[in-house]
Design a protein around this ligand. Sequence first.
Ligand SMILES: *Cc1c(COP(=O)(O)O)cnc(C)c1O
Length: 218
Amino acid sequence: MIKSNILDIQKTIEKCAKTFNRNPIDINLIAVSKRQSPEAIQSALDAGHRLYGENKVQEAITHWTNHRANLPDLKLHLIGPLQTNKAGDAVRLFDVIETIDRPKLIKAIAKEAIKQNKPIECYIQVNTGEEPQKSGILPNGLPALIECAKDEGLNITGLMCIPPTDEPAAIHFAFMEKIAKNYNLLNLSMGMSSDFKKAIPLGATHIRIGTAIFSTRN
Ligand SMILES: *Cc1c(COP(=O)(O)O)cnc(C)c1O
């Protein structure tokens, strides 16, 4: 049951936060609704959940355009790679774009934000495992990318990562916590169904949960 899954995870977040001396309010549960049916999404909405993540712009438009018009408190995060030719659609639909990883994308989003008169919050995705197939900026490219965002007037408020599957996630989360502090970035999007309990003691402010809420994906 989607509703009880959401409640269970929220309870786990609360318990885990207390154990590590954190305020549970600072840990936001992003329900990852990619490849879910309209019915599954409706169940999560009926349970009162309002924060969702999607990894593809086109699919997100299909999932959320109608809900967007009816739910003023809905919040949507883009958590998948973004092509510059979709920057306009992404700025229009999302509240936060978590996957900034190159100057060209920063420029495209900044331009759209001005054109649409829609200030948009962005996080930088960091490829902490330095995996060639994964998107995200390599850690040593982060200072220049932050500088570029500043020059373009893009509002970077956090960092996001997806750790390698074959390494302990906690090492990557700890690294993220450190660099977020260094750059004074308040938001840290890290932790998924399998590892969010490890992300909470290391400062996660947003955990992205798909399967633990919706069970399977199509
Ligand atoms: C799909 C996805 C998730 C959710 O993963 P689960 O293992 O289903 O919780 C989280 N983050 C990103 C970037 C994803 O693409």
